[in-house]
Design a protein around this ligand. Structure first.
Ligand code: FPP
Length: 269
């Protein structure tokens, strides 16, 4: 028997087929398949080559471009990349400064490419601790790409899922109705995320570690997890396709009973 609780927590809609062929019939702008990536391993990639960590981050930025360019053909409609966690402020000041400059340069160099390829960019996380020049750049690129419908790219900077949850809980304490919808809205607002993004379908972590590290804890409640030893700068289009293929073979039950694999995939690569 269904309880009133079941009705309050509806089953998320499974993603449509992510076969590239199907993309033609997917209405532009519809959010069908959300992949999130914890991009880990830049430092070790550089270390293996006897280079400073900053070289690993630069190589990581190139892998970001590859992932963004590969995503639409794999049926990915939202891609969330974990670039800087709120705990990363603990890193040595020169590494933090390097990363902030790299983010800014990346936005500068990619803005036109993102706009031309129809990518809509949003940066999620806190905005009050990022350098002012970076914030200005973020706002500019968000505005410039707001009409993009081929991919919704979300880059997480100064992001902490626990902090977002605490902020939302604080709003409930202040009188916001504790419904799932209102709470979810508050979690999104806490990190400047535009509303309406579907929850995470597939969460990938590169670099060999198998942990969440305070990334999208609420949004990943039913995400399929995919861990790989590949260090982020080495992560290619074929690796992303392999993760999507593995996802397609998973049986997502959302606490119910088996209905077959997540979706049929004919991903390339
Ligand atoms: C984790 O690897 C990576 C980061 C904290 C930074 C992520 C940044 C990038 C991928 C570069 C550019 C990003 C954008 C959006 C332009 P790590 O350095 O902790 O690696 P380690 O575990 O091997 O030390």
């Amino acid at each position: 028997m269904r309880s009133t609780l079941d009705l309050k927590w509806p089953e998320p809609k499974p993603p449509e087929s992510v076969s590239p062929g199907r993309l033609k019939v997917i209405e532009a702008g519809q959010d069908r398949f959300h992949v999130a990536i914890n991009m880990d391993g830049n430092g070790r990639w550089a270390q293996k080559r006897g280079r400073p960590r900053s070289v690993g981050h630069v190589a990581g930025a190139k892998a970001v471009r590859v992932a963004v360019e590969s995503a639409p053909a794999l049926g990915i409609t939202t891609l969330t990349l974990y670039a800087f966690s709120s705990d990363n402020w603990r890193r040595p000041p020169d590494e933090v400064e390097n990363l902030m400059l790299l983010f800014q340069r990346h936005l500068d160099s990619e803005a036109a490419r993102l706009t031309d390829s129809g990518v809509r960019l949003n940066v999620i996380g806190r905005r009050d601790r990022l350098p002012e020049a970076l914030i200005r750049r973020i706002i500019h690129v968000e505005e410039q790409t707001r009409g993009g419908t081929s991919l919704h790219l979300r880059i997480a900077m100064d992001y902490s899922a626990r902090e977002a949850l605490l902020t939302a809980a604080g709003r409930v304490a202040l009188g916001i109705t504790p419904t799932r919808e209102a709470f979810e809205r508050s979690v999104g607002e806490a990190v400047h995320a535009p509303p309406g993004t579907r929850e995470v379908d597939l969460l990938i972590r590169t670099g060999g570690e198998q942990r969440m590290s305070d990334f999208l804890l609420w949004e990943s409640a039913y995400a399929e997890l995919f861990f790989t030893d590949i260090l982020w700068p080495d992560f290619t289009e074929a690796d992303l396709a392999a993760a999507v293929r593995a996802f397609s073979a998973r049986d997502r039950r959302y606490g119910g009973i088996s209905r077959g694999p997540a979706c049929q995939v004919e991903a390339q690569g």
